[in-house]
Design a protein around this ligand. Sequence first.
Ligand code: 5GP
Ligand code: MG
Length: 189
Amino acid sequence: MSSFTEQLVSEHKNVLLTREQINQKVRAMAAQISQDYKGEVPVLICVLNGSFLFFTDLVRELTIDCEVDFVKISSYGDALKSSGKIDVLKNVDCPLEGRHVLIVEDIIDTGLSVHFLRRWIKKLNPASMRFVSLLVKEGTAIVDYECEYRGFTIGKEFVIGYGLDYKQLFRNLPEIYIMPEALLDAMNK
Ligand code: 5GP
Ligand code: MG
């Protein structure tokens, strides 16, 4: 019996973004950020858990001085859709007052997380705040939000891999896949 990960990786047709496409995009986004923040020392905030691979790849490509910090907010649990309710599970450690802050997300779907984070971080009085997201789903937002640095615009499908999970699995994969129906069924048997 093969693992769920093996079953997914064998489904080449479900690859949405290859390792190479992701690498290229991450390098381009890091180059843009390095240019825009030249002479500044921004604090980059990783929104756990989904952003962890994107975040580490992104910061490794930056050529400016920067600091890193981590927040964790509650998200989907094991569901495929947002519950709409967001809690802070881990706060930032670094004082953000007067700092240039870049909040790094894996994916924006309903926009609720970004909307929430923007209001919450704003209370910490940063000098500036921008959002970075590797993926942005098209036509799924239920609130207005701004995201200044966007990687790929994708469809409505549920995606996994490269930090993104289903039931906590598949975060370790270097590609991004569309969740196959058959795998969803197998995991919910
Ligand atoms: P939003 O608050 O914009 O609805 O969703 C934000 C969070 O939901 C993302 O940071 C991510 O953790 C999770 N999410 C949204 N869409 C997907 C998806 O297609 N796949 C996975 N694995 N997580 C998603
Ligand atoms: Mg996220």
